[in-house]
Design a protein around this ligand. Sequence first.
Ligand code: OAD
Length: 228
Amino acid sequence: MKQHVVVLTGAGISAESGLKTFRDSDGLWEGYDVYEVATPEAWQRNPNLVQEFYNMRRKAVLEAQPNAAHYALAKLESKFDVTIVTQNVDNLHERAGSSAVLHLHGVITKSQSSKDPSLTYDIEGWELKMGEQCELGSQLRPHVVWFGEPVPMIEKAAQICSTADIFLLVGTSLNVYPAAGLKDFVPNNARKIVVDPQASSLSVRDMRIISEKAGVAVPAIVEELLTS
Ligand code: OAD
């Protein structure tokens, strides 16, 4: 039976594709107030601003390309069962060829009904406009989880983590819960590796720490796993 590799990724894996992280010094939350653009209250108060924020981010995602780290993780599937659990709303893992990707915080290339979150639709191009409606006649919003909203995929993600033989943690500051708690579901005897230039400041235990950028370190680890 193939070993199960579970990879929990965050914004850092897409940094070398040109997409901003959230909490680095030039990160997105330096330029925007989270509560103005990424909460249900913001949507109530100023939906135009929220749409504009996500339209700009969607444009950046569509213009970005997967990097060496995304491609290396797709290559791992030649020897392992691989599940990617990502906090990212970009689709770079899928575009690099990964076949099992669980998006904890949604996907920016989709819209969702503001009445029924289970109704989601593909967005053509980069722009979601005010006036565009779901089949129930309510305004479409970005298919992303905002602060203060439940994370519907968390239980499935925890179950996936609990079956890991090898666990890779790549490019996340582990600041946002419940995602940050997923590492605690990984079995004690799993092999655990963390890749992040700031890895030494993360609160992780029993992990091999690689303080390097994902584009360099992830292909090296993948090579190591494929040849061992
Ligand atoms: P953060 O911005 O909090 O953390 C990014 C992490 O990536 C940091 O630990 C950086 O050191 C690391 N990093 C930067 N460049 C890197 C590179 N080239 N290679 C590897 N690592 C690198 O982003 P997340 O942890 O993903 O939620 O943030 C979690 C959530 O907070 C996001 O999903 C988003 C945000 O608010 C929602 O939008 C709901």
